[in-house]
Design a binder for this molecule. Structure first.
Ligand code: ADP
Ligand code: MG
Length: 682
């Protein structure tokens, strides 16, 4: 339980000093300046008073209870300081000092030493190499942190591994006019980690949105499980920087090599219900809106403008980002016509005209809020001299709390109307400078609404013969299993495969395979069969098969072979999964042939898939129009692909002994699909 960390009754500061240019001094000053409601105890053996507070020679002299001790002393002293904290019954140490595991070698040893001391006494460690925490809850008002952005109140909580990024988020949130709820920059996370803090923020009723910065992820399944729970009623926004070891690993199959770090992050966030941003700027802009406004229930936006051009830009950007322009009801239009200027255009966007009054704005807002065809409102306005902008802002602010739908605003103005803009912001309406950014923010909110709906989808259940598949797998040695076994495993899950049987020159030729047939080498050493001359197509009859077999047997001494029915050529797609270390099975889908290799046009998802998620996965590739039938091409059986995807998702879940599986290619026809090549690694 992190209550003592985020709602401390007292904070002691080791390394507190009267030297303004020291971290210890700044932490004490911040605690004082932002009105910490608990006790502050500077610790310094050489001082009797620091910033007007009584200083203590050691933590052992500080009156109990001591909930937090901020530590800003030399790294080599930290393990001993932690030991002292333990003796004094301290609940949490926030270690600001750097020079630990992030440095490797001696630093890592020091970190282990301090952790051991902490464990001995049950002290929880936050950091080391951490900037600290803040809580803007007026009952607490704690700034146990050495950074510089003032403590401002808001409904977004910030959770960032890097202090610099946490600061950047907070700083820019402040520039937009918002504060935060809880701020946690936890550095090395040697003990208190991202997932622990997420739990805490998830339970904090005043946190409406969580903005995260992630460098490296530990316990990914735990992260996903928590986020899925929290995302039901709070929004989680994140940026991810840096690379994982999982991605760097050289891999042998397509599924593996295509699974780049970035796509893996996308797949993890998607499964977790986390909305990913590529830039801090966009995340902050969106977080500001997420914290203050509800998530729209659909994509239809109603736009109100008092200047035409910016409204048009908003349309372009909204529609370009997947939103739709709401169609107003006749009732709405009649009300608008009656209340606005006679020449007003009452379609979407409503141009109330630059001379519009406060009444006009209020009417337009409430009409759109009432119209069932509108899911969100985008207000773009300029502040002309010839209208009472202050009165307009006040009416907007009065109307805002009554609105059921989310509203965001763009105000194009200058320093004359700072107060006017503030009036609008104070009503909880996020205000942006540009219509493009406001539209993108709205689009992000709509996307979150979709994410939330998707979280409720149940995984598709496919009944496969799991026992049979495991029995076959048990008989295979580790590494790539034989083609014959791989085809049997797929068949156990009812996956349509090209008929495939083992064949050898000694035994009789299997009669169940119709001609023309295909002969393939079946050997763990031959990963790319056709490249090695191990695929012979168009075998017309038994005589030709025997000849082909004799030829291949000579070229691949000791190898086994399979004979396969030759399938009509369909659109080639590939799919498969690979178990990513610490993450679990990651499913992949793409078009076969040059699309996969040259364009890297693939989609990734974590297992298990729901049926709608399988449908989205197929549609996520750029080349999807080639499957759905573009320019006279016969459409491929997309539902058959979706069924295959959920089947392999089920296999990924049911058969943990499979490390990698590659179906390459699968022929997709106008009606049905067939797998002609499988590679399974166990
Ligand atoms: P590899 O990928 O190991 O080279 P494949 O079994 O995928 O070997 O064969 C290579 C290509 O030959 C396939 O991509 C497909 O175009 C074609 N092919 C393989 N088997 C069949 C088959 N049974 N029917 C029709 N075409 C096939
Ligand atoms: Mg192949």
């Amino acid at each position: 339980m992190l209550d003592f960390l985020f709602k401390p009754r007292s904070v002691a500061v080791m390394g507190a000093s009267n030297n303004t240019f020291s971290i210890g001094n700044r932490v004490v000053k911040n605690l004082l300046d932002y009105g910490f409601k608990g006790q502050i105890y500077p610790i310094n053996p050489k001082e009797s008073e620091i910033l007007g507070l009584k200083a203590y020679p050691s933590v052992l002299d500080v009156p109990k209870p001591v909930d937090i001790v901020c530590i800003a002393v030399k790294s080599t002293l930290v393990p001993q300081m932690v030991e002292d904290c333990g003796k004094q019954g301290v609940k949490f140490v926030i270690i600001h000092t750097a020079g630990f595991r992030e440095m490797g070698g001696e630093g890592a040893k020091l970190e282990d030493a301090l952790l051991e001391n902490a464990r001995k006494y049950g002290v929880r460690v936050y950091g080391p190499n951490s900037q600290g925490i803040m809580n803007s809850d007026p009952d607490v008002s704690v700034y146990a942190n050495f950074t510089f952005t003032p403590l401002g109140r808001g409904k977004a909580s910030i959770l960032a591994q890097s202090g610099g990024v946490a600061e950047m988020i907070n700083l820019n949130l402040r520039k937009m006019g918002s504060g935060f709820r809880i701020y946690a920059s936890h550095g090395n996370a040697s003990d208190v980690n991202t997932n622990n803090i997420l739990d805490y923020l998830g339970d904090d009723a005043e946190t409406h949105t969580i903005m995260m910065h992630i460098e490296s992820m530990k316990d990914t399944p735990g992260f996903i499980e928590r986020c899925r729970r929290i995302a039901k009623d709070k929004s989680i926004l994140a940026i991810r920087t840096g690379r994982t070891a999982a991605a760097a690993k050289a891999v042998s199959s397509h599924t593996g090599s295509l699974m780049q770090q970035d796509s893996l992050t996308d797949a993890i966030f998607r499964r977790a219900g986390v909305l990913r941003f590529q830039t801090v700027e966009e995340m902050v802009a969106a977080g500001y809106a997420f914290a203050n406004q509800p998530v729209p229930s659909g994509p239809n936006v109603g736009i109100i403008a008092n200047a035409g051009g910016p409204g048009i830009i908003a349309i372009d950007e909204c529609v370009g980002n997947g939103l739709s322009l709401a169609k107003f009801s006749e009732e709405t239009k009649a009300k608008l016509r009656a209340g606005l200027y006679a020449e007003t255009y009452v379609e979407n966007p409503i141009d109330v005209a630059a001379t519009a009054t406060a009444d006009h704005f209020a009417l337009a807002l409430s009409c759109l809020d009432e119209d069932p065809g509108v899911d969100s409102i985008l207000l773009t306005m300029v502040t002309p001299f010839f209208v009472d902008c202050e009165a307009i802002a006040r009416r907007i602010a009065e109307t805002a709390p009554k609105l059921k739908k989310p509203i965001i605003a763009v105000v194009m103005t200058n320093e004359n109307w700072v107060g006017t803009v503030q009036t609008i912001k104070n009503a909880g309406i996020p205000v942006y400078d540009y219509p493009e950014m406001a539209s993108r923010v709205l689009a992000a909110m709509v996307r979150y609404g979709e994410i939330r709906k998707q979280l409720a989808e149940a995984p598709a259940q496919v009944k496969g013969n799991q026992a049979r598949a495991r029995e076959i797998l048990a008989q295979c040695p580790g590494g790539f299993i034989s083609q014959a076994a791989a085809f049997d495993i797929l068949a156990a899950y009812g996956i349509p495969v090209a008929r495939t049987l083992p064949v050898s020159s000694g035994a009789g030729i299997p009669v169940q395979i119709p001609y023309p047939a295909v002969l393939k080498v079946d050997s763990a050493d031959v990963v790319h069969k056709s490249d090695a001359g191990g695929v012979k197509m168009n075998i017309a009859d038994e005589t030709a098969l025997k000849a082909a077999l004799a030829d291949m047997a000579r070229r691949f001494p000791g190898a086994k072979f399979v004979v396969q029915e030759q399938c009509a050529t369909g659109t080639e797609v590939i799919m498969g999964f690979k178990c990513a270390e610490g993450v679990g099975p990651v499913l992949m889908f793409g078009l076969g042939g040059i699309y996969v290799e040259a364009l890297n046009d693939v989609s990734f998802r974590l297992a298990p898939l729901s049926s709608p998620e399988a449908a989205r996965m197929v549609r996520a590739i750029r080349a999807f129009p080639l499957l759905s039938g573009t320019r006279g091409r016969t459409p491929a059986d997309v539902p058959a692909i979706e069924r295959l995807l959920v089947a392999i998702s089920q296999m990924a879940v049911d058969l943990p002994e499979i490390l990698e599986m590659d179906l390459n290619p699968v022929f997709v026809y106008a009606d049905g699909a067939k797998v002609v090549d499988i590679r399974i690694k166990k």
